[in-house]
Design a protein around this ligand. Structure first.
Ligand SMILES: [Zn+2]
Ligand SMILES: [Zn+2]
Ligand SMILES: [Zn+2]
Length: 239
């Protein structure tokens, strides 16, 4: 199973349009960037896309233009599903898997596209192309938001880009001891938010669930480029 982090940025990405902060200034100067957070999962000639961001077209081009066989939506926020429309006239819009509330909400936006909708209840594992996937409830008010656990040949990977640290115990148990964790670390350590973890909380979260390795994702433009443990666009991982 090959995982590629297609983007590591938050809802606005880095650089933020019009921002003159040091991180954005350096990004504009060097061409560095963080596209919106999304993960590509490839195995046995099949491709799964976790979240279809507003940057999806560019992200798929950067990944070599794979045909996407399935999409998973974690939740119904703009930065996680609205890129799906870019499948129009490119390929058959792939089937989408999401918890029922997310699926109903986001699919309505794409009424001009015919695609298969697969509602999946959290904590009910399902199989896609030999990978076992489980949606797990997160804490990202006010929407219903899920993280994901991917399992393949004894390796387990956890993914959550939008959540507070306080998640249901059942979800925490499923993240326990994962080989790799992608975790929401949107803000600088001194900033407390109502629906996201800051960088420090993300690092502590990874430690308390016992993740063997982790990358912070969904990073805001204020996170310096040299901060350790941050996910980098197009970084890949093989399990
Ligand atoms: Zn988001
Ligand atoms: Zn900035
Ligand atoms: Zn969100």
């Amino acid at each position: 199973m090959l995982l590629t982090l297609l983007g590591s940025g938050d809802a606005v990405g880095t650089p933020k349009v019009g921002c003159r902060c040091p991180v954005c200034t350096e990004a504009v100067r060097s061409g560095r960037q963080r596209l919106r957070t999304s993960l590509l999962v490839q195995h046995a000639g099949k491709t799964i896309l976790v979240d279809s961001t507003p940057d999806m077209r560019r992200q798929l081009l950067a990944a070599g233009g794979p045909v996407v066989d399935a999409v998973i939506w974690t939740h119904g926020h703009y930065d996680h599903y609205t890129g799906y429309g870019d499948f129009y006239r490119v390929q058959d819009p792939p089937p989408v898997y999401a918890d029922p509330r997310t699926l109903d909400y986001a699919a309505e936006y794409f009424s001009f596209l015919a695609f298969a909708r697969h509602p999946v209840e959290p904590y009910h594992p399902f199989d896609l192309f030999g990978i076992t996937l489980t949606l797990v409830e997160m804490n990202h008010p006010p929407v219903s938001a899920c993280g994901l656990v991917l399992e393949h040949e004894g390796f387990r990977v956890g993914y959550t880009s939008d959540t507070l640290a306080s998640i249901p115990e059942r979800s925490r148990e499923l993240f326990a001891g994962v080989d790799l964790l992608f975790v929401d670390g949107i803000a600088l350590p001194e900033i407390r938010l109502h629906k996201h973890m800051n960088y420090e909380e993300a690092c502590r979260f990874a430690e308390t669930v016992g993740a063997k390795d982790f990358r912070c994702v969904h990073l805001s433009h204020l996170i310096p480029w040299e901060m350790p443990h941050q996910g980098r666009d197009m970084e890949s991982f093989e399990f």
